[in-house]
Design a binder for this molecule. Structure first.
Ligand code: COA
Length: 383
């Protein structure tokens, strides 16, 4: 007699499914976000990105000495192995920076002597190297693609300061560094988002941290996830002025288009990061004289709320913020990656420390069992 097996519950897109435990980050559907028990709103304006990266990786905030050492360790790991920089020169000039980054992370793997050691200390060492080198892959890759030579590292600058410097050759002002630190903090982790989940799935097979971060980079690129901040800027460029925003949105909704920078799988009462990013945008608008962007976003928000009760997500406001900081739009998603790599690595450490293979089931919807008619013989037209 055939035994009946009970079908496990199915949730399309894994919506609402709890797929694992984590001590790293909690996303509160009612517009909250905390890292290791600390509210991001408290850290966003005061902490450095290095401090938050240390917290995500190690579980506690660093004291003065530990933060100094961690910051110096990251600064000393920024250089790329020469063959990796050479590889960046071999890519077609129009390679998207996210593809460069994904390829670069993958190629870094064999240069790390700790590659196949998944112990906690070795994973922390690799995380420090990845956090340092991801930024270099982005800045060096961008300069090479634009026919310019990579600039030497400035170990006296923090990750945020060095990022500005390595892109433009200019040492940024302290307010610019503060803003980028805040942006990096906002983007650093978000529990089981798609790219982090991809990293954890990869790590759960006991593949190495570089394999996991390569998976994460590939996953982040898509416009339903990290790619939304590049797409949002195209939308804002198209709208141009606040008075055109409502009509633009109504037309797009009438065509049933997905509007980038809106909606979220978890947040239903607003994205916790939006108010901070919006404030940065307002401040930048005044500093740069580009005061049209935030009112356009606000008009879009108002219209979307009225028409579909959907909230803006952080990528809507990140797009003009990056533009006003004079980052080219194709770097919007890589900048997200430069921050999220801290979260990805923290999740890989946690996954390896308490590993169980992540392997769900699928719901089979194909044909029922049927007889195989046999392959057609050579030259035969009939079955
Ligand atoms: N624009 C227009 N409609 C949207 C929308 C958007 N950005 N986001 C969701 N919706 C609509 C859906 O079409 C759906 O409508 P329906 O019930 O009439 O079919 C409804 O809202 C529910 O959306 P759903 O697709 O179930 O949400 P999800 O949880 O599967 O998807 C996102 C979440 C983030 C993928 C989705 O909101 C989206 O594509 N947003 C745009 C991309 C983006 O900004 N990504 C960054 C996320 S931080």
């Amino acid at each position: 007699m055939a035994t009946e097996t009970k079908q496990p519950a199915y949730s399309p897109g894994l919506a609402g499914v709890v797929a694992g435990e984590t001590e790293i980050c909690w996303v509160d559907p009612n517009a909250g976000l905390m890292y290791r028990g600390y509210d991001i709103h408290d850290m966003a304006e005061k902490a450095s990105f290095e401090e938050v990266a240390y917290l995500l990786l190690n579980g506690e905030l660093p004291d003065f000495d530990r933060l100094g050492k961690f910051t110096r360790d990251i600064a000393s790991e920024r250089d790329l192995p020469a063959p990796v920089q050479k590889m960046l020169r071999l890519l077609p000039r129009d390679t998207h920076p996210m593809d460069m980054l994904r390829t670069g992370v993958s190629m870094l793997a064999p240069f790390d002597k700790d590659l196949n050691d998944h112990s906690h200390p070795a994973n922390i060492r690799k995380a420090i190297r990845l956090i340092a080198k991801v930024l270099t892959l982005i800045t060096d890759g961008y300069r090479i693609a634009h026919g310019e030579e990579p600039l030497p590292e400035r170990p006296d600058l923090t990750l945020a300061g060095n990022f500005f410097y390595k892109l433009s050759g200019q040492v940024p002002q302290s307010w610019q560094i503060r803003m980028l630190d805040t942006i990096f903090i906002l983007y650093a982790d978000h529990e089981f988002n798609a790219s982090t989940f991809a990293a954890r799935v990869t790590a759960s097979t006991l593949a190495d941290m570089y394999a996991a971060v390569t998976s994460a980079c590939g996953t982040l690129k898509g416009p339903l996830h990290g790619g939304a901040n590049e797409e949002s800027m195209k939308m804002l460029d198209d709208i141009k002025t606040p008075d055109r925003a409502e009509k633009w949105m109504m037309d797009a909704l009438a065509k049933k288009a997905k509007i980038m920078g809106f909606g979220h799988r978890v947040y239903k009462k607003g994205d916790s990061r939006v108010p901070i990013m919006r404030e940065i945008g307002r401040d930048l608008g005044k500093r740069t004289g580009k005061e049209q962007w935030i009112p356009i976003c606000e008009k879009l928000e108002e219209t979307m709320e009225r028409e579909k009760h959907l909230c803006a997500n952080v990528d809507l406001y990140a797009a003009p913020v990056f533009t006003m900081l004079e980052f080219p739009p194709e770097l919007n998603t890589p900048i997200f990656a430069a921050s999220r790599v801290a979260g990805w690595c923290a999740h890989v450490v946690e996954q390896h420390d308490h590993n169980r293979l992540i392997r769900p089931r699928s719901l089979y919807t194909g044909p029922q069992l049927r007889p195989y008619p046999g392959a057609p013989s050579n030259g035969s037209k009939k079955r």
